[in-house]
Design a protein around this ligand. Structure first.
Ligand SMILES: Cc1cc2nc3c(=O)[nH]c(=O)nc-3n(C[C@H](O)[C@H](O)[C@H](O)COP(=O)(O)OP(=O)(O)OC[C@H]3O[C@@H](n4cnc5c(N)ncnc54)[C@H](O)[C@@H]3O)c2cc1C
Length: 156
């Protein structure tokens, strides 16, 4: 994106193309913190490459979550599952054993699809993306999770 003209509701792309819009929702490019980019652990794209299964980025160093360059979605659920694997592998290394725990690419999220429905999406390295819905049950689950998040988890 090169510029936005809010009066005319137009977005000009770096290529010179002009796109009109009614409502513009921009997602900035995702990038890592300078701390990681300057650490020597990051690849050319700024993220830390790691073994997709053991999550090992370098001896005794593990890359998880949004900073990791893995073929997995950048999601809270993925970060939590990766953290468990990394913690077990750190324990293996401390005990003098090679990393034994393996991440399987798992993540899950609920996505609003409108009209009172939501979609449950699950990923894994070992199979296609699994979709459940869109349905009303998934939306009830999403609403409950949202409430639980702000009632309990966000206060921890
Ligand atoms: C708008 C939005 C909506 C999302 N919705 C969902 C969703 O519905 N479900 C879902 O599963 N995921 C969702 N995600 C993705 C999810 O938030 C991330 O994948 C997840 O938070 C990644 O966890 P992380 O621990 O890797 O990174 P973060 O949660 O970003 O944690 C990194 C931490 O490091 C700290 N930090 C940075 N630099 C330094 C430094 N130099 N020194 C010390 N600390 C530092 C930061 O302050 C931060 O607390 C959403 C993300 C966004 C932006």
């Amino acid at each position: 994106m090169a510029s936005i003209d809010p009066e005319r509701r137009e977005l000009r792309a770096a290529s010179g193309e002009t796109l009109g819009f009614d409502l513009l929702i921009l997602v900035p490019p995702q990038k890592t913190a300078p701390l990681l980019r300057d650490s020597g652990l990051a690849g050319e794209n700024g993220f830390a490459p790691a073994d997709p299964r053991t999550l090992c980025a370098a001896p005794c160093i593990y890359a998880i979550g949004d900073n990791a360059d893995l073929p997995a979605p950048k999601l809270g659920s993925a970060a939590v599952l990766q953290a468990r694997v990394a913690a077990r592998n750190v324990a293996c290394e401390l005990a003098g054993r090679p990393p034994g725990a393996s991440y399987d690419g798992a993540s899950a999220y609920l996505m609003e699809t409108g009209r009172g429905r939501a979609l449950l999406v699950r990923t894994s390295y070992d199979g296609p993306v699994r979709l459940s819905g869109p349905g009303r049950g998934q939306q009830v689950l999403k609403r409950l999770l949202d409430r639980f998040y702000f009632w309990r988890l966000a206060r921890l």
